[in-house]
Design a binder for this molecule. Sequence first.
Ligand code: GRF
Length: 260
Amino acid sequence: MSEKKKVGILVSGHGSNARAIAEACRDGRIDAEVAFVGSDRPGAGALNWARGEGIDTFVVDYLKLKQDYRQRGRFADRRLGDEALDGIARLNRIGLAGYLPKRLGDALPLVASEVLLIRELRRQRPFELLCLAGFMRILTPYVVQRISPDELHPRIMNIHPALLPSFPGTDGYGDTLRYGCRVGGCTVHYVDYGEDTGPIIGQRSFAVEPGDSADDVRRKGLALEHELYPECVGLHVAGRLALRQVSQRNGTRRLCVFMS
Ligand code: GRF
């Protein structure tokens, strides 16, 4: 019997999307298994759930690493600092350092956290897809290049709480409400170097009714996220998604197309 394909998930919080993906793996909508759940927060609720399910978990504590670095002015593990510096130098050489925070004191702990993240992800290899599900950190090109090196065959997906390209950033549902939008939604996309800029795979929308609170908008959005994300993961795992490079007025863009 052939082994199931493996999907990994990164979370920062409750992990309702991670649960929806795991559920879809169990009932056969996704032909894969959730092999691991990783987090940047030791207290993330999703970790307890995953452990209870017997799913492998790991934590890379971004905040603690940053605080330790600030206090000591260096990393306890000197090799980690050297590796992060090498990574930054490399991004500089290939013209991608613009995706890092400007100050070295901010960029260094971030890339050091990513060095640790990559170590964890390498331990989990091989996996088919890495799903960001409420992972409240930006992945810099340092990680994206290693996990998803082929731009036409991306392997990192994200769910965003707005109809991209509107309202990128951390509070898509809040921004939708504050802007007075009559329609809100969610988007699943592949991850590229930018913040919420990668090729769109799927979207769902809902009506924002007069008097809707932030909680109402979030509740409507999350219900749709739990349908959309497993669907998109299922399509990826089944090999039914492809990217096409398309020329447009202001350059080229990679668009996602569906294969029958
Ligand atoms: C979701 O709204 C997702 O779109 C956003 O973060 C939230 C995560 O929720 N990126 P959960 O942890 O999956 O419940």
